[in-house]
Design a protein around this ligand. Structure first.
Ligand SMILES: [Zn+2]
Ligand SMILES: [Zn+2]
Length: 386
């Protein structure tokens, strides 16, 4: 063998032994609004909502809506069918304003409910109460929870889901106190229920009479054709409550929605780094169930989350990012690297922060002030015509 041929063969062998990077799956074709996501399956379409006039009519039987509410900076997602309503977080950037934007949005969609605290000052108080079947707090951070005490006050919340990780803060105590005071709300945590049904928060004991425990793997029926499965239920006090995020795989007539809250892989790193923490757990424990048509992108699109290994398992067609101008530390989210990663699998990205600097319309739900309210999104799932 001539030396050059021998050398090239040796080099090729070395490269093969070192291992070539695995082939990346081809990106999906962009989802087309109003066409079936899979042959014969439901259609998915989406619309931006700024004013009440932009809101679609309530879902008919067999149809579903996902509302990603533009709360400024935070997360609030309302899922509706003809026979149920579920709210996943209600963080809002304007806790001191009245009405809070997220409360105004819920009133616009579900109808006014509660008392004078639940409507803008000077408006007539509502005369009835509306039911929200499920409220889920992904994890006890203010940007996910700030309006939830008001929601529990204003609506008949039937079941409240919480990781059970106590955040020793006044807002979390007020939320639990509101749940305890409700005559209709049962409280569900991944934590085991203490004999006295009491929890100590910020120097006070709160007793929750209707307290039950849930577990990873539980399936909960939402309504006709809709259910959610709990993929991550973790009550123990991690250093960062983000790691307690309650992760739900929601099935809406065959369309899969993955809600991850602020679940992370670890420190802020390029998405090419291996998944860790909750994302690694989900890949290992629920590889089938995390596959989703629609993904609520973890931690507002931060590089703490959305590692390549995770995004390639989920392979979302639609990626929902709730972010805003308020900084997390020194960082304004989402991170460009995460947007690029979502683009690589062919996901269409819907964001709440597009018009934070200047909203081109007036009459925003909740008022024309501050960021938020301009870029809410409603995703509509319909059964394809046969
Ligand atoms: Zn957050
Ligand atoms: Zn958080």
């Amino acid at each position: 063998m001539r030396p050059t041929v021998w050398f090239l063969g040796w080099l090729l062998g070395l490269l093969l032994a070192a291992g070539c990077p695995p082939a990346r799956p081809a990106p999906q074709t962009p989802i087309q609004p109003g066409t079936p996501v899979r042959p014969g399956g439901p259609t998915v379409a989406w619309t931006r909502v700024s004013t009440a006039a932009d809101l679609p009519p309530p879902p008919r039987p067999g149809s579903y809506q996902i509302h990603m509410i533009d709360v400024g900076t935070g997360l609030a997602i309302l899922v509706r069918g003809a026979d149920f309503a579920m709210l996943y977080d209600a963080g809002t950037n304007d806790r001191d304003e009245r009405p809070m934007r997220v409360a105004a949005y819920l009133a616009a969609v579900l109808g006014p409910s509660g008392d004078e605290l639940c409507v803008p000052e000077g408006s007539p108080p509502p005369t009835s109460r509306t039911r929200i079947d499920h409220v889920v707090l992904s994890h006890p951070h203010l940007d996910h929870a700030s309006a939830l005490d008001l929601v529990v006050h204003c609506y008949d919340v039937v079941r409240f889901w919480d990781s059970g990780r106590v955040n020793d803060t006044v807002f979390y105590r007020e939320l639990l106190s509101g749940i305890a005071a409700s005559t209709v709300t049962s409280y569900h945590t991944a934590a085991s229920v203490p004999d006295d049904h009491a929890v100590e928060v910020k120097g006070l004991s709160v007793t929750l009479p209707r307290w039950e425990r849930f577990s990873e793997g539980d399936t909960v029926e939402l309504g006709a054709g809709a259910r959610f499965r709990i993929l991550h239920a973790e009550a123990k006090a991690h250093h960062d409550p983000n790691q307690n995020s309650v992760v739900l795989a929601v099935d809406l007539g065959g369309i899969k929605l993955l809600l991850v809250g602020d679940a992370e892989s670890g420190d802020r790193k390029d998405p090419s780094y291996p998944p860790g923490d909750v994302e690694e757990f989900l890949i290992a424990s629920h590889p089938e169930q995390i596959r989703a048509d629609i993904l609520q992108v973890g931690h507002h699109g931060s590089m703490t989350s959305s590692r390549r290994g995770f995004i390639e398992m989920v392979r979302p067609r639609l990626a929902l990012i709730s972010s805003g101008p308020k900084r997390y530390g020194k960082i304004t989210l989402p991170d460009r690297e995460v947007l690029d990663e979502l683009g690589r699998v062919g996901a269409t990205i819907l964001r709440t922060d597009e018009h934070d600097a200047a909203c081109p319309v007036t009459g925003r739900i909740g008022g024309d002030r501050g960021p938020g309210g301009c870029d809410s999104w409603v995703i509509t799932i319909d059964q394809a015509a046969r």
